[in-house]
Design a protein around this ligand. Structure first.
Ligand code: GLU
Length: 423
């Protein structure tokens, strides 16, 4: 497996993992070689080096990308990541995973992703706004409610989505709320979007717990990542009586066998704190989180975290992937040998894009829903997809990842084939 050069440390290239997962599904479907080539590559890639005015008057050049993988099922959909380790291959992999994700839960979208190589925490508010507005301008030839609809991802939030919406709207001369999702509610966002990925994880775990007769009340959970996905999932699970015994962020890992006070930790995190400075538990090394004997392990940080080496130490019964691509293909193989059940990212973390879809629909209709309706519909969509994937896995003796990929690739293949090649 190739090593990505833009990253600090030897992290496997996520595009290799994404292509390997696709290849396995393509083999199973006996895909036509031409279509196979189409689906294994990204349709469109925009790379931009753009200047940003920094505080104090200096100019700095940043690099960003926006990639469309496949648009056969609808407009391009996917988040924008601000992170120092962003690379074109990472954005390609994330765009490909977005295509499969939307297809698994049957949303009318193609897959896209964007990224800027930057540490957003190192910028002032003004610099972050300047960077966002200029990056949006650079990629604006792609954007539009029926063309390409970005959303938050790692390092971006609802305030950044408001700047994206405003920048596109200023160019067009009218408010274009449906051009981006994950916006603040006051500018066309939907209720329930912020916690949606975490809530989707909760609904999947509730189904699993029922299927496997594991009472959620008292079930033990470890969560890697304490941001928008991991933090929300941990809080919602704790709210259902689960015992969240370990959480980690980039600063470290906090452990308490009796259960952490997740709500208090979230409040401190929101106030700018790091887990390594918080009380209420013992500090563990970050990787120790993966070897805890929990009922559910939720990796909700970066890709490539559960490699073959990490997988050997996993003692969790079930892994629910909150992050995109947290398990490498060789990690997956070790987990399969150990009979650890893995609910794949393209199913488990779809809560975010599902509620993004609801936001987009509301923006297009200028008609907004109550939060209860958002939650009910989210639960219906993700539970149906979970059931479909489980049924396919059972009938064809596949892992949940293999079944989810089979379902997704067959849907995208069908749309691509039916639309044909123009001209
Ligand atoms: N960035 C999120 C994801 O990876 C959300 C994408 C969206 O809502 O478009 O699923």
């Amino acid at each position: 497996m190739a090593i990505s050069k833009t990253r600090a440390g030897p992290v496997a290239n996520p595009l290799d993992a994404a292509i390997a997962q696709f290849g396995a599904a393509a083999d199973r479907l006996n895909l036509d070689p031409g279509l196979r080539q189409v689906l294994a590559t990204c349709k469109r890639e925009l790379a931009t080096n753009f200047p940003v005015q920094m505080d104090g008057g200096s100019t700095k050049v940043f690099t960003g990308y926006r990639v469309h993988h496949n648009l056969a099922r609808g407009p391009a959909k996917g988040g924008i990541r601000y992170h120092p380790a962003v690379s074109l291959d990472e954005v390609r992999a994330l765009a490909m995973w977005m295509t499969w994700k939307s297809a698994v839960v049957n949303l009318p979208y193609g897959g896209a992703k964007g990224g800027v190589i930057v540490d957003p925490k190192a910028l002032s508010q003004t610099e972050l706004e300047n960077l966002t507005r200029r990056y949006t301008t650079e990629i604006s030839i792609l954007l539009g409610p029926s063309q390409d609809i970005p959303a938050p991802d790692m390092g971006t939030d609802e305030r950044i989505m408001a700047w994206i919406m405003d920048t596109v709207s200023m160019h067009r001369g009218y408010t274009e709320a449906g051009v981006v999702t994950g916006k603040p509610v006051s500018v066309g966002g939907t209720l329930g979007r912020k916690e949606a990925t975490g809530r989707g994880i909760l609904y999947v775990i509730q189904e699993l717990a029922r299927d496997r007769s594991i009472p959620l009340d008292g079930a033990t959970i470890a969560v890697q990542g304490f941001g928008n996905v991991g933090g929300a999932a941990a809080a919602l699970l704790a709210g259902e009586g689960a015992r969240v015994i370990a959480v980690s962020d980039s600063s470290g890992c906090l452990y308490n066998g009796r259960g952490l006070d997740v709500q208090a930790l979230r409040e401190q995190k929101n106030a700018g704190g790091s887990l390594s400075d918080m009380g209420g538990g013992d500090c563990l090394l970050g990787e120790e989180l993966f070897s805890l004997p929990v009922d559910f392990l939720v990796p909700a940080a970066l890709e490539g975290q559960i490699t073959a080496q990490t997988a050997r130490h996993v003692q969790a019964k079930i892994i629910v992937e909150g992050a995109n691509g947290p398990t490498t293909p060789d990690g997956d193989a070790v987990l399969a040998e150990k009979r650890v059940l893995v609910v794949p990212d393209i199913l488990a973390n779809t809560g975010g894009v599902i509620v993004s879809y609801f936001e987009w629909v509301q923006d297009l209709q200028f008609f907004f829903w109550e939060e209860e309706e958002v939650r009910e519909r989210l639960q219906r969509v993700i539970t149906r997809a979970y059931r479909e994937v489980c049924a396919l896995a059972q009938s064809q003796n596949l892992s949940l990842r293999e079944a989810a990929m089979l379902l997704a690739v067959s849907r995208v293949e069908e749309a691509t084939r039916l639309r044909g090649i123009y001209p």
